[in-house]
Write a protein that binds this ligand. Structure first.
Ligand SMILES: Nc1ncnc2c1ncn2[C@@H]1O[C@H](COP(=O)(O)OP(=O)(O)OP(=O)(O)O)[C@@H](O)[C@H]1O
Ligand SMILES: [Mg+2]
Length: 260
């Protein structure tokens, strides 16, 4: 008998309200180990709000989030990150004045054990920690294919490279689950193809990926499964081919187009 496959992330009846606006309204889905799952839906459907709950940036008003079998509902971002949930943002959140390398290292300081007195006194243990962080930062920048000068200020990098630095920063935390909010936004055709390759490489490492994305070409190409949101809840789910021909999905997108 094979052991039951345990879900990495279980989201149940998730709710988030801003005053009268129900941004997330009873959302449920599961992410299995090794999944590449896309979350799609019209603007304002609640995709980013759901990410904000799962990564701890917003406290849900209802429902339950279980990660690696533990109830993590309402935990803070640092606690979520320490448990293995890393994310990127719809609007880039790099520290523009810091170097590329330091941006990636900054992500790791949340998870590397930096004892206060070691840091103040710059003990050998502190320096070893710093060296390790630098080495890891270079490793992940190589992995995502950032070729630009790593000593340059992040703000001076072309936009596509900044996006990859953000992914490197999230990976450097050693996540089991990576949440990417519209990673293809603003990328050109070549950069989108590179991103597709990168997502597959991340999947090959055994890191589960949940992707919010409007680029349907990328979604259809890379996803194992797709969840479709509208008005804060799931309206369809399945393989890319299944959701593409789902009448509720066609309706949601055509409706959105007619309204705009
Ligand atoms: N901080 C906030 N305060 C008030 N309302 C918010 C806040 N964040 C999101 N909302 C509202 O919640 C709803 C869902 O927004 P959300 O940003 O999650 O959508 P989305 O699916 O990510 O959309 P997009 O594709 O445009 O990024 C929208 O009606 C939005 O206006
Ligand atoms: Mg969004």
């Amino acid at each position: 008998m094979t052991a039951p496959v345990e879900a990495l992330l279980v989201v149940e009846d998730l709710r988030l309200a801003f005053g009268g606006v129900k941004a997330v309204d009873g959302l449920g889905f599961r992410v299995m180990d090794g999944d590449i799952l896309s979350v799609i839906g019209p603007n304002g459907a609640g995709k980013t709000s759901a990410f904000n709950c799962i990564s701890g940036f917003y406290k849900p008003t209802g429902g339950r989030i279980t990660f690696l079998g533990q109830n993590v509902t309402g935990m803070r971002p640092s606690a979520m990150a320490a448990r293995g949930i890393s994310r990127t943002f719809q609007n880039l959140r790099l520290f523009g004045d810091l170097t590329v390398l330091d941006n990636v290292r900054a992500g790791m300081h949340l998870v590397i054990d930096q004892r206060f007195f070691d840091a103040i006194l710059r003990t050998p243990r502190y320096r070893r920690g710093e060296d390790e962080a630098t080495e890891k930062a270079h490793y992940w920048l190589d992995f995502v294919g950032v070729t630009a000068n790593r000593g340059a200020q992040a703000r001076n990098l072309p936009y596509g490279e900044q996006r990859r630095v953000e992914i490197a920063r999230a990976l450097a935390r050693g996540p089991r689950l990576l949440l990417l909010d519209e990673p293809a936004a603003g990328l050109n055709h070549t950069e989108k193809n590179q991103l597709l390759g990168l997502l597959r490489c991340i999947g090959d490492l055994g890191i589960a990926v949940v992707l919010i994305e409007h680029d349907m070409g990328l979604v259809m190409e890379v996803s194992h499964r797709v969840v479709v949101l509208n008005f804060g809840r799931e309206i369809a789910a399945g393989s890319p081919a299944e959701v593409r021909r789902d009448p509720a999905v066609v309706e949601a997108y055509l409706g959105a187009e007619e309204a705009s």
